[in-house]
Design a protein around this ligand. Structure first.
Ligand code: DX5
Ligand code: ZN
Length: 219
């Protein structure tokens, strides 16, 4: 099995030292930058958006994985491509025309991901799984960092893994929310390909080392 990919979420970074945080991730064993965009509509919080991501993209030496927690993501896909996004993940619950949105994202030259809120059943992926690059399994309710991991997520990861195997999809399974060193090993063993982590990395005394420990979890 390939080593797990680690995607630090900059939501927990020190925004007054954003350049240093980006350089730390560049130096580290992290694989992607995970960037959480919130609109205060789809989720009850507002984070950061296009101008910040465009600045990060100038300094970042690794792919930008953008997680859109916004309504009507199709209105902004081209702008996020311009800002430097390499992959764009939209929420199942925010997309009336998900298949069209995925085609749009891929047509713009980005990888396409679909995120599922904790209550959204895996079966809703059945008719889109072959067309996407990433399934983001939310292990907390989206909107905030630092929340408690929902244990039901393990079962959901197994269901996604089974769907991928049945359909021959090449989508990666990404887990986001409450991911810590204490559950990373079990998540990898269950089938997670990509671990997103915000507070467990940035609130730790040595974030670069914590990234290394995530990277070697499950081995
Ligand atoms: C939550 C975001 C997550 C968040 C994770 O809505 O999608 O990416 O930053 O933060 P932690 O790792 O602190 O739960
Ligand atoms: Zn996220």
């Amino acid at each position: 099995k390939d080593p797990v990919l680690v995607a630090p979420s900059l939501l927990a970074a020190n925004f007054l030292e954003l350049g240093k945080e980006v350089e730390m991730i560049n130096r580290s064993e992290a694989d992607w930058f995970h960037l959480d965009v919130m609109d205060g509509r789809f989720v009850p919080n507002i984070s950061y958006g296009l101008p910040v991501i465009a600045q990060i993209s100038k300094l970042a030496k690794k792919p930008l994985d953008v997680h859109l927690m916004i309504e009507e993501p199709e209105k902004y896909a081209a702008e996020f491509k311009k800002a430097g996004a390499n992959s764009l993940t939209v929420h199942m619950e925010a997309c009336v025309h998900l298949h069209r949105n995925i085609q749009q994202i891929r047509g713009l030259g980005m990888k396409a991901g679909v995120a599922l809120n904790p209550h959204t059943p895996v079966v809703t992926l059945e008719n889109i799984i072959r067309d996407i690059d990433l399934v983001l399994v939310m292990s907390v309710n989206p909107g905030f960092g630092g929340q408690t991991f929902i244990e039901q997520t393990y079962h959901k990861i197994r269901q996604v893994k089974q769907l991928i195997a049945e359909t021959g999809s090449s989508a990666l399974i990404q887990v986001d929310g409450g991911v810590e060193l204490s559950n990373a090993g079990q998540l990898v063993a269950t089938g997670a390909d990509v671990l997103v982590s915000g507070s467990a990395i940035f609130a730790s005394p040595d974030p670069e080392k914590t990234i290394h420990l995530f990277k070697t979890s499950g081995q």
